[in-house]
Design a protein around this ligand. Structure first.
Ligand code: SF4
Ligand code: SF4
Length: 442
């Protein structure tokens, strides 16, 4: 293991994996993406990420698979490694998972575990480390099984987001994780490297927030599905960031010239892994427009940035990540605060709360979200509990159509009423902890 001193940069960590694809191509002007539009670029997101990860691995950069937004990608990047989201979105791997796991378990967990059993997730197969976290019970126990045959590190997440002691414990977990990455990958994670990684991730968060802000318009220029597709399972890839910038340029003159005849939907609840967008597609296929997706694949993890200039970057990381408003936290008041702001900004006409089957934390929290939507926002609310099987698609479609009938009837066919209501919420609603998001995105 190398001796680590502040300011000394280890050779491995000083070659950020983020630039490997560009450097291999020797294309100073950018990437192969220059030949495609951003939407087609992200349609091929998985092959691009695979090429990126393979190249990085060939060049000696470790691959680290993660499954939760509480895991600070910045630390992994500062260690010269590549953080890859390994969340499974396929129903096809679930039968294999059910050989070990109960059928009555969240499909996201089963799908991910199924890839592990079948060895069909190429990122996981090249992973030097899997980072787990103590969030929900299903994931914790699944990780124990996975750890029998894969190198794994577990971040212990305390669950009271308002406790100073819990934050202190989490900060110690972050410091311990840094030491483990240094030991395992024989690198030094200096404050300088960490700040660079934080700056990259902040840039990505800013760009994604700016893209999300396009949906504030009365006639958004994108569908919710198109916006959801603008993401990558590897964060911080320079080509992806340039693609985000291109989309923003493209959106510039089109911000108010889009879809005005849809029912505006705020989609909250569980994360929607790549490949598991069925409910999102049904919502939009029924005449809805998901103007805001308050979940871990949408705006939730990018609401706040990490302080790039903090004297102690590890403490800054701990502070940001500990306050992600996930339902595993108790109390999870920050989710309510986030929803208030999102309703103010995006003026939805209804709230749809997606819960994966057997996800107890989000399922139980639904009662609070329903009351918030119906009583405080005055919006019709629908909880959809489902899994990755398409067998209930028709039934879900019928329930969404009924919800939209109610939303249209309340709006009298106009979005103006909602715009006014949104303004009131934005101005007169409770004003909790300031978020970077309050500053207007970028
Ligand atoms: S919903 Fe919670 S447990 Fe799931 S990825 Fe997000 S932060 Fe992690
Ligand atoms: S959706 Fe719920 S049950 Fe599934 S991994 Fe996330 S928190 Fe756990």
């Amino acid at each position: 293991m190398r001796i680590c001193t502040n300011g000394s940069v280890s050779a491995k960590a000083s070659s950020p994996a983020c630039d490997t694809r560009e450097s291999r191509r020797g294309d100073a002007g950018g990437c192969a993406s220059d030949r495609s539009t951003p939407l087609t670029w992200f349609r091929d997101m998985v092959p691009h990420c695979l090429e990126y990860a393979r190249t990085a691995k060939e060049q000696g950069h470790p691959i680290v698979c993660i499954m939760c937004e509480f895991t600070p990608r910045e630390l992994i990047m500062a260690a010269g490694a590549v953080p890859v989201c390994m969340c499974g979105g396929s129903a096809e791997t679930i039968p294999a998972a059910e050989r070990d796991l109960p059928a009555n378990l969240c499909p996201l967990i089963k799908s991910t575990y199924g890839y592990h059993v079948l060895r069909t997730n190429p990122f996981l197969e090249m992973a030097d480390l899997v980072v787990a976290e103590t969030t929900c019970d299903g994931k914790k126990k699944m990780y124990e099984l996975m750890a029998q045959s894969r190198p794994m590190y577990v971040l212990e997440l305390p669950h009271n987001p308002d406790s100073i002691e819990a934050l202190g414990f989490w900060e110690q977990q972050i410091r311990r994780f840094k030491r483990e990455l240094e030991r395992r990958f024989e690198v030094c994670i200096t404050d300088d490297l960490l700040r660079k990684a934080i700056a990259v991730m902040n840039r990505e968060r800013r760009l994604r927030r700016a893209l999300a802000a396009a949906m504030e318009a009365d006639g958004p220029p994108l569908t919710g599905r198109q916006l959801a597709d603008l993401r990558s399972c590897i964060s911080g890839i320079a080509c992806d960031l340039r693609q985000y910038e291109q989309v923003l340029q493209w959106l510039g003159p089109r911000r108010e010239n889009g879809l005005t005849d849809r029912v505006r939907v705020l989609l909250t609840g569980v994360p929607i892994a790549h490949g598991a967008e069925r409910v999102l597609d049904i919502v939009e296929g029924c005449g809805g427009l998901v103007v805001s997706m308050e979940n871990c694949t949408g705006i939730k993890p990018i609401l706040d940035d990490v302080d790039e200039h903090a004297a102690d970057p590890l403490a800054a990381l701990a502070q940001k990540y500990f306050h992600i408003p996930c339902a595993v936290m108790s109390r999870n008041d920050r989710r309510v605060e986030a929803l208030r702001r999102l309703v103010g900004r995006y003026r939805p006409q209804c709230v749809i709360d997606l819960v994966w089957q057997a996800c107890l934390t989000y399922d139980v929290e639904s009662a609070r979200i329903r009351r918030l939507a119906e009583e405080e926002f005055g919006l019709p609310y629908l909880q959809i509990e489902t899994d990755y099987s398409p067998s209930d698609s028709a039934r879900i479609g019928m329930r969404i159509e009924a919800l939209f009938e109610t939303a249209r009837a309340r709006a009298g066919g106009s979005t103006t009423e909602f715009s006014r209501r949104g303004d009131n919420l934005a101005c007169g609603g409770p004003s909790p902890r300031q978020s970077v998001y309050d500053g207007g995105g970028t």
